[in-house]
Design a protein around this ligand. Structure first.
Ligand code: AMP
Ligand code: ZN
Length: 472
């Protein structure tokens, strides 16, 4: 099945064909690790994780090389390090670790490579030396700047013309630049800032050159797919192309396809630290399982804006509860089938939706409906008992493609309830079923109240079966 993706550069949906199907490369701009990731930062990680899973399925697990960098040198990291009186590496390592744990909780697979900017400074310097030598960069007041007029295709990705960029620039900011659009490749470090020796004196790289140097070092030009949030199209990715193309020999190109995710807003507001409305993944994970957050993030198409609300989270929780409950119902019919065959094919509609420019809202809706149908069809005997195992396998394999259903069913519902509490809850649920059978509604209500006091929510399933979970 062919994958179609919306390419930012070609401004439309195109067929994806890798340069070399035995080595498919994907690069996504990763986090700047100075603090906890917010829910908006999680969106590209989750979206491109779905792409990674889809590519691995199509080309093989070993054949897809996904690099997501870690920006571990930056003004904000330096500021945090200064506040604590520690080296920048202390802050960067701490928050890189938090980021990885948070993303793992969201079902995000570890990328093949996670290059760090500080480990690639020699490659950055080498690339800048080449750019200067070839007449694409110049030194002014200690900075090394890229000369955008030396690259006629500058502006192609973002659709901006050089004239517009020049007309909009403020003169005072650009005094030492030949053109206001010229950008920094290297700058001298201020006292106290991290510094590396270079042909232009001790200094540090600009942000854009980091990604280009890491791509060249880790994947090579051109990368098949380059991704990130749409805020990165200009200037970051525009600048990456300019440097990368001008530094490399020949016409290899920089990235063959460009994909950008839309922005996430919080209750219709832009997330902003100064306004105090920032939702951290780390905090969210204390309230709900990571899969619920993941489901909510995938509920909108990746290119569209996504408005994050409490209602969206609650709805995602209910949908996943329904799916896990169906899985439990089916597993109980076929208790022998504890490990579903992972060779099963995923649901056709889900796969088709994902192959159509990662249409996750459609994929999630197909998936939810499929699980509902399987349950109904087993209940009304249009699926024979002996085919239940097959259906479970298809559900699990499809879930895996989407990065959900990675939790054991019992754990999903009971969370961290201990054995004593579990036994007590099961006994109460059994008594409640008895009371209901005897039409003793008052007793049934009393027991429900008792369960509520234990912070237990009972989920009544069809046919009188009940499951439960601890409320957040
Ligand atoms: P940063 O750590 O700020 O460099 O951001 C890491 C990634 O998160 C980048 O790809 C950004 O484009 C993306 N990003 C930041 N804020 C949001 C948001 N509100 N919605 C979606 N993506 C975002
Ligand atoms: Zn980048």
């Amino acid at each position: 099945m062919t994958l179609h993706i919306h390419d930012t550069l070609r401004r439309g949906k195109v067929t994806f064909t890798p340069l070399d199907p035995s080595r498919v490369t994907l690069y996504v701009c990763g986090p700047t690790v100075y603090s906890y990731a917010h829910i908006g930062n999680a969106r590209p990680a989750v979206v491109f994780d779905v792409l990674f899973r889809l590519l691995r399925r199509a080309y093989g697990g070993e054949e897809v090389i996904y690099a997501r960098n870690i920006t571990d040198v930056d003004d904000k990291i330096a500021a945090a390090a200064e506040r604590e009186g520690v080296d920048i590496s202390v802050i960067a390592s701490r928050f890189a670790e938090v980021y990885e744990a948070d993303m793992a909780a969201l079902g995000v697979l570890k990328p093949t490579l996670e290059p760090r900017a500080t480990a690639h400074v020699p490659q950055m310097i080498e690339m800048i030396v080449t750019l200067v030598k070839r007449g694409h960069a110049y030194v002014a007041e200690g900075d090394v700047l890229f000369d955008v007029s030396s690259f006629p295709a500058y502006g192609a990705l973002s659709g901006r013309s050089l004239e517009d960029m020049q007309a909009g620039a403020r003169v005072d900011v650009v005094a030492h630049k030949r053109s206001p659009a010229d950008f920094t490749l290297w700058k001298p470090s201020k006292p106290g800032e991290p510094a590396w020796a270079s042909p232009w004196g001790p200094g540090r790289p600009g942000w854009h050159i980091e990604c280009s140097a890491m791509i060249e070092a880790e994947l090579g030009f051109p990368v098949d797919i380059h991704g990130g949030g749409h805020d990165l199209i200009f200037p970051h990715h525009e600048n990456e192309i300019a440097q990368g193309v001008c530094a490399a020999d020949g016409e290899a190109g920089y990235a063959r396809y460009w994909m950008h995710n839309g922005f996430l807003t919080l209750e219709a507001e832009k997330m902003s630290k100064s306004l105090g409305n920032v939702l951290l993944v780390h905090d969210l994970l204390k309230q709900v399982p990571g899969e619920v957050v993941r489901w909510a993030l995938l509920s909108a198409h990746y290119r569209a804006p996504l408005d994050w609300t409490g209602e969206l989270l609650e709805q995602s929780r209910r949908t996943l509860d329904r799916i896990y409950d169906a899985l439990r119902f089916l597993s109980e019919l076929d208790p022998a089938e504890t490990s579903a065959s992972l060779d099963a094919e995923p649901h056709e509609g889900v796969l088709q939706a994902l192959n159509d420019d990662l249409n996750t809202p459609l994929a999630l809706s197909y998936f939810g409906n499929y699980v509902k149908d399987v349950r109904l069809n087993v209940q009304n005997s249009s699926i024979a008992r002996e085919n239940v195992a097959e259906a479970i396998a298809k559900i699990v394999v499809t879930g895996r493609l989407l990065g959900v259903l990675q939790t054991d069913v019992e754990t999903w519902f009971k969370g961290n309830a201990d054995a004593d509490l579990s036994a007590r809850v099961e006994a109460l649920i059994a008594s409640r079923a008895e009371a209901r059978k005897a039409k003793d509604w008052a007793e049934a209500d009393r027991i429900r109240g008792e369960l509520g006091a234990l912070n237990v929510e009972v989920l009544d399933g069809p046919g009188g079966a009940a499951s439960w979970r601890l409320k957040a």
